[in-house]
Design a protein around this ligand. Structure first.
Ligand code: SF4
Length: 391
């Protein structure tokens, strides 16, 4: 039986292909870690060390803690760690980590806000009575103030989320389910996030009803994961931090040409460059054709002629005044449709919006039976297009 984790579930939600690489194919990623992941781990190590020492009645000085962080950083740093934002160096990230820990120390010293029950606590959550759906995780720090328990989570991200995002956060809420079950005397379980880049502590809580709803929603997502047969990729800014980017079909070619001495010699590069060149010429030619067309019409009007003659060809000007009926976007479209129906002309003159129908069918927007009936008429075809865009 698979034991899920918050990160396993959220990977599925963010990009199904990454989920497949990581959890189904279990591929070893080429990118071992990003600098942000590495920095987060080292800051977590330092704060874990702090609370472990405090539990043993030893209070490290701020300098000792910073030195510990720096030593661990140097010991564990690997030159393969990816720095996405090329304008910053490893040293910048180390300095950030030191600043986070230093400010945290100054703010909470003498660390007597609560009793620490443990750090990096492994928990397992049973989502259903039978224990068919299990989720596990690690709590950065669990504190208690008598019968009030606090789940603490350290964040090193550079963005400060809105309160509504935290009130909707799944990870710590799942942990709250486990704590409520394991510590029966817990009257309240508070969720506490430390956004270290802002030296801020943010809070949220969940009612028992909300936790029950969360269990049901999480089971639904797990069922969706287990029934999933197709794993399409989803391009987003998160791709820049994805450890599978070098093998992802969306980015693989870019990685290949970046490792070549002369990327311009690559067949793919040559094809795209030539295609882009012709497409740009095509757009320019189209503009020039339209401009000439307008000038020929203007010339014909000025000269009072219906045809303008070139050396080999003639340009015949054709014009006619026609009546146009309202389009779907026009304000009176619905009135027009009602009238056409009333006149009994609808069947003869209306057409099915195949594009809209195909889109709704693809998105499975129809009720099961309707979808199946439509399927009988749907022919599967492969559509291939080439879109040009900035690299
Ligand atoms: S690079 Fe982006 S699209 Fe590709 S697997 Fe990773 S997250 Fe998904």
């Amino acid at each position: 039986m698979t034991v899920y984790s918050h990160s396993r579930i959220s990977t599925f939600e963010k990009c199904k292909m990454k989920f497949k690489f990581k959890y189904i194919d279990k591929l070893e990623p080429e990118i071992k870690a990003t600098v942000e992941m590495f920095m987060g781990s080292r800051v977590h190590d330092a704060l874990e060390r702090l609370y472990k020492d405090l539990k043993h009645q030893k209070k490290p000085t701020k300098m000792e803690l910073i030195n510990f962080l720096e030593n661990e950083w140097k010991k564990q740093w690997d030159d393969d760690i990816l720095i996405v934002r090329k304008e910053y160096t490893q040293q910048n990230y180390l300095d950030m980590a030191k600043k986070f820990v230093s400010e945290y120390y100054d703010y909470y010293e003498p660390f007597d806000q609560a009793t620490t029950i443990g750090t990096e606590i492994h928990i397992q959550i049973k989502l259903d009575k039978e224990g068919k759906y299990l989720v596990q995780g690690y709590i950065d720090r669990l504190d208690s103030k008598r019968d009030v328990y606090e789940i603490h989570d350290y964040k090193t991200a550079s963005n400060l989320p809105l309160q509504e995002y935290l009130d909707d956060d799944r990870q710590l809420a799942l942990y709250a389910i486990a704590i409520k079950e394991q510590y029966r005397e817990a009257k309240d379980v508070k969720l506490v996030w430390h956004f270290l880049a802002f030296n801020k502590e943010l809070h949220s809580e969940r009612t028992d009803e909300e936790l029950q709803k969360l269990k049901e929603e999480t089971i639904k997502i797990i069922q969706e994961i287990e029934a999933c047969k197709e794993f399409p990729l989803k391009v987003s800014p998160l791709c820049n931090w994805c450890e599978y980017k070098p093998i992802c079909p969306e980015w693989k070619h870019l990685y290949e040409i970046e490792t070549k001495d002369v990327p311009e010699d690559d067949d793919g590069v040559k094809l795209v460059d030539e295609y882009a060149k012709f497409k740009s010429e095509e757009a320019d030619i189209q503009r020039r054709i339209e401009d000439l067309r307008d000038r020929i019409i203007a010339f014909a009007e000025k000269e009072g002629v219906n045809a303008v003659f070139g050396t080999e060809q003639r340009a015949k000007i054709w014009s006619k005044e026609v009546h146009k009926f309202p389009k779907t976007t026009d304000y009176n479209y619905q009135d027009f449709v009602d009238m056409v129906k009333k006149l009994g002309l609808w069947n003869e003159f209306s057409r099915i919006d195949s594009f809209k129908l195909e889109k709704s069918f693809e998105n499975k927007e129809f009720h099961g039976e309707i979808q199946e009936l439509l399927r009988k008429f749907a022919k599967k075809e492969k559509i291939e297009r080439v879109y040009l865009g900035k690299k």
